[in-house]
Design a protein around this ligand. Structure first.
Ligand SMILES: NC(=O)c1ccc[n+]([C@@H]2O[C@H](COP(=O)([O-])OP(=O)(O)OC[C@H]3O[C@@H](n4cnc5c(N)ncnc54)[C@H](O)[C@@H]3O)[C@@H](O)[C@H]2O)c1
Ligand SMILES: O=c1ccn([C@@H]2O[C@H](COP(=O)(O)OP(=O)(O)O[C@H]3O[C@H](CO)[C@@H](O)[C@H](O)[C@H]3O)[C@@H](O)[C@H]2O)c(=O)[nH]1
Length: 426
């Protein structure tokens, strides 16, 4: 029957050998157990040999990377390479599915590319992926919807059968619309984030509280409450590249996507508000010791692609600051992108805070909440917190000695306390 066994192929030998040893190459909650169960049941195997995997398959799913090229356009070399390998291994009819996020028209190109290399018949479909990192397992097993873009009704039927155990919410549509649904969804979510971040920036100036504003807006079902958390902007492997790619897709047909260009611009600026707030609190950052809590672009992942922490730490180093940084799982990945003798890589949240002039919370890992503000105050040189994720409540801050800068909420600036401390600990 369809979908009974799965063979995962990657050309990265290290990833495949880790998987053979029962290790999972990324940090993703719940993934290890899910893989283990399916390996034990004989449903899941791993290989670097594309040809053998394709030969035994009725459905082939392409999920290779589509990173940005320098101009923002999606790099299609991996998907084209994979399609070529699949074509060359064809030994009968197969359904070939693109799950990677690809520009509109790519599946048609894949169709021609494969047809030019094989005489076996095959079907092509676009089935975009909507999972989030950090909650990938639940998002996969209980998706909001499955989108199947196919021109051949047989292909659509095969893929509906494959996905029916996951949800009844299956939309079948044409290939180009399916491809566009993926980009439009990510662009819309990114727009929500930049929108609320701009509202937050205005709230700071007019004395309103963006968390209350977002709550009040979200009660309107037409708006919805999700993706209205103001912060330091979106990062990660998807929104930054997919917004750029959609701007390019539009540009290629002579359409200037003005709104999305602004969304990207707002997002780029948002992370640097952390630096402005640090300067407001400390003045010159030369020689200051700054603590960083959180390096991953969001909690529950070790992914640091386009993480706001990269730009923020880069700017702090340029300003001559010393950094003490901690992340529960992402430090090793982060150090491959940014390392410096001016950074102390701490092994715990407490260790990162020790002796700091100010602490910046950049990723809302749950464990940060376990360090009490009283204890934090004792560990730090000055009780100054730049909370990039609005983690602390007004009450918690009021009961603490902290000068507290958050995003889009009234600044709780117990600078008197801070000054007293600075007299005590010159
Ligand atoms: N990461 C996410 O949360 C997410 C969510 C939805 C959609 N997507 C989309 O899924 C795609 C993959 O994203 P990712 O983050 O997993 O990328 P990634 O770069 O982390 O992983 C891609 C993998 O493909 C392998 N690969 C490349 N060419 C290959 C080939 N010819 N044969 C076998 N393996 C090959 C690479 O070795 C790598 O391990 C992208 O298009 C992305 O936009 C990602
Ligand atoms: O209200 C919010 C929600 C998110 N973010 C930030 O937005 C980024 C992206 O977060 P999220 O969407 O949760 O994670 P991703 O794993 O990047 O998932 C997005 O990108 C994937 C790849 O295309 C899609 O499959 C998902 O549907 C889409 O949510 C992170 O930096 C978050 O901190 C905010 O700042 N405010």
């Amino acid at each position: 029957a369809l979908g009974n066994t799965v063979v995962c192929v990657d050309q990265n030998e290290d990833k495949i050998s880790q998987l053979h040893e029962g290790k999972v190459p990324i940090y993703e909650p719940g993934l290890k157990g899910l893989i283990q169960d399916n390996v034990e049941q004989g449903r899941l195997t791993f290989t670097t040999d594309t040809a053998s995997a394709v030969e035994g398959a009725e459905i082939v799913i392409l999920a290779v990377g589509t990173p940005s090229l320098p101009g923002g356009e999606a790099n299609l070399s991996y998907i084209e390479g994979a399609a070529r390998e699949v074509a060359d291994a064809m030994n009968g009819y197969k359904v070939i599915v693109t799950k990677s996020t690809v520009p509109v028209g790519t599946n048609d190109r894949i169709h021609s590319l494969i047809a030019s290399r094989t005489s076996y018949s095959f079907g092509v479909a676009s089935v975009p992926e909507f999972l989030r990192e950090g909650s990938a397992v639940a998002d996969t097993l209980q998706p909001d919807r499955i989108v199947i873009g196919a021109s051949d009704p047989h292909v659509a039927a095969v893929l509906c059968t494959l996905h029916e155990p996951l949800t009844t919410n299956i939309l079948t549509t044409d290939i180009r619309s399916a491809e566009m649904i993926k980009y439009a969804s990510n662009a819309f979510l990114a727009t929500k984030i930049s929108f609320i971040n701009e509202i937050a920036n205005i709230c700071e100036k007019v004395g309103a509280d963006v968390t209350r504003v977002a709550h009040g807006m979200g009660l309107d079902q037409r708006i919805g409450s999700s993706f209205l958390s103001a912060g330091i902007g979106y990062g990660g492997s998807c929104f930054p590249k997919d917004t750029q790619a959609l701007i390019q897709i539009a540009g290629n047909v002579d359409y200037e996507f003005k709104l999305l260009k602004s969304v990207v611009e707002v997002n780029q600026g948002q992370r640097f508000n952390v630096l402005r707030k640090l300067e407001e609190a400390l003045g010159d950052l030369e020689g200051a010791t700054i603590g960083i809590w959180g390096l991953a672009f969001k909690p529950n992942t070790d992914d640091v692609r386009d993480a706001p922490a990269l730009d923020i730490m880069q700017s702090l180093l340029e300003a001559g600051a010393q950094i003490r940084a901690y992340d529960p799982v992402a430090t090793a990945n982060f150090r491959r992108l940014l390392d410096s003798s001016e950074v102390t890589w701490a092994d715990s949240a407490r260790e990162a805070a020790e002796g700091c002039d100010a602490l910046c919370l950049l990723t809302e890992w749950e464990e940060f909440g376990e360090v009490g503000l009283g204890e934090l105050n004792e560990l730090m040189k000055y009780p100054i917190m730049i909370d990039g994720r609005n983690v602390y409540s007004e009450e918690q801050i009021r009961q603490s000695a902290f000068a507290y800068y958050s995003v889009g909420r009234p600044q709780m600036n117990n600078m008197d306390m801070v000054r007293q401390r600075s007299v005590m600990n010159p």
